[in-house]
Design a protein around this ligand. Sequence first.
Ligand SMILES: *[C@@H]1O[C@H](CO)[C@@H](O)[C@H](O)[C@H]1NC(C)=O
Ligand SMILES: *[C@@H]1O[C@H](CO)[C@@H](O)[C@H](O)[C@H]1NC(C)=O
Ligand SMILES: *[C@@H]1O[C@H](CO)[C@@H](O)[C@H](O)[C@H]1NC(C)=O
Ligand SMILES: *[C@@H]1O[C@H](CO)[C@@H](O)[C@H](O)[C@H]1NC(C)=O
Ligand SMILES: *[C@@H]1O[C@H](CO)[C@@H](O)[C@H](O)[C@H]1NC(C)=O
Length: 326
Amino acid sequence: MGPTSLLGLLCIISVLHMIRCWIISVPTTVTAVEGSCAVVPCHTQPHARVIWYKYHNVQYPVVCDELRPYQVEPLFKGRTYVVGKAAEGNCTLKFTEVKMADNNLQIYVWINPDSTATQKFYDKIVTISVEKKFPMIFVQSEILEGSIFEINCSIEHSCPYFPPLFSWSTSQVLNNMTSLTFSAKRGVLWIYRETLQGTATKDMHKTQITCSAQLGSLTTTSPEITLDVLSIPATVKIEMETDTVIEGGSIIAVCAANSNPKPHKYSWIRKQMGNYSKISSTWRRMSFKNITRHTSLSCMAHNGIGVGQSDWMDLIVHCKNIDLFT
Ligand SMILES: *[C@@H]1O[C@H](CO)[C@@H](O)[C@H](O)[C@H]1NC(C)=O
Ligand SMILES: *[C@@H]1O[C@H](CO)[C@@H](O)[C@H](O)[C@H]1NC(C)=O
Ligand SMILES: *[C@@H]1O[C@H](CO)[C@@H](O)[C@H](O)[C@H]1NC(C)=O
Ligand SMILES: *[C@@H]1O[C@H](CO)[C@@H](O)[C@H](O)[C@H]1NC(C)=O
Ligand SMILES: *[C@@H]1O[C@H](CO)[C@@H](O)[C@H](O)[C@H]1NC(C)=O
C-alpha cells in the first residue's frame, strides 16, 4: 500500500468521523532570490479560505491571513498574499520583497481555519531557501570598429509575475544602441536578460559599463566591463623632428597614428623627382639621408586590422649654400 492509498484510507476513516480530510499538494522547498518575489504553489480541494503559518513547535506565528491581517507576524506584514482562487482549490502563496531573513523559513497551510477539522500539516511543510544574485554582464573581448556588437546583462530571479528592472551605467556612447529582453525559466528560477545591440565606433574604446538590476526595492550591480574596440590606424600623419631641411642633408620623421592595437609596422614612401622608393620598419621614427629638392614623404601604419596612410608631405628644402648663421 503506497502513501497515497494510505492517505485515501485515512480520509475514508476521517469522513466516517465527519471530519473533512484535505489532500494538500505543495513542494518541499521553494527557492527564492533576495529582493524578488517568491511563489509557493499550493493545491487542494475547493475551500473557503486559508491561513499560512510559520512552523514552530509551540506557537502558531501567522505568515498570511487575509481575513485578519493584524495577526500577521511583523516580518511578513504587507508582503504575503494568497494569489490562488479558493473556489478552484488553489491555495498558492506569494511573498514579495524576499529577505535573507526568510532563508530556511518553514511554512504550512491551514485550510478552512474556521472549521474544527484537524489537519496533518507536519508532512506538508515548505522550506523557503533564499539566494542572493547579482547581474552578470558580458561582451565579447574584442569588438571590431564598424561591426555590430552586443552587451548582455542577465540575472536570475524567482518572480514569474515581475521581471527585474535593468539600468545601464549612463554613457553617451550607448545612446544609439537598441535593447532586447529575454525571459525564461531556468531550473527552479527564472532568467531575465537584456541585450544592447549597436555598431561599434572608435569613441566606444575603453568605455566602462556596468548594469544594475532592481529586484523589489533591492538594487544590485554587475562587475564593470571595459569595451575593447579594434580600429584600423586613423589620422595617420608625419611629424618632423628636424626643423630645417637642407639639400643633401638628413631628416628624422615620425609616423603618428591612432589605432587599437598600436601599429606593428610602418612603411615610408619617398617620392623624389618622380622616383618612388619604399622602406618598412617596426619603428615610428625614420631617418632619411641625402634629401634633394622636390622630395615628398608619406607614411603608412599597419596594425593587423588594416592600414592607414598619411597625406603627402612636401619637404621645403633649403639650398646648401644658405648661411644658417645669418
Ligand atoms: C494557482 O494560482 C496561481 C496564481 O493565480 C496560478 O499562477 C497557478 O497556475 C494556479 N495553480 C493551478 C494549479 O491552477
Ligand atoms: C547574448 O546572449 C545571446 C543569447 O544567448 C547570445 O547568442 C549572445 O552570444 C550573447 N552575446 C554576448 C556578447 O554575450
Ligand atoms: C546616433 O545615430 C545617429 C544616426 O545614425 C547619429 O547621427 C548620431 O550622431 C548618433 N548618436 C550618438 C550619440 O552616437
Ligand atoms: C630616378 O631613377 C632612375 C633609375 O633608378 C635614375 O636613373 C634617375 O637618375 C633617378 N632620378 C632622380 C631624379 O633621382
Ligand atoms: C645623393 O644624391 C645625389 C643625387 O641623386 C647623388 O649623386 C649622391 O651620390 C647621393 N649621395 C649619397 C651619399 O647617397
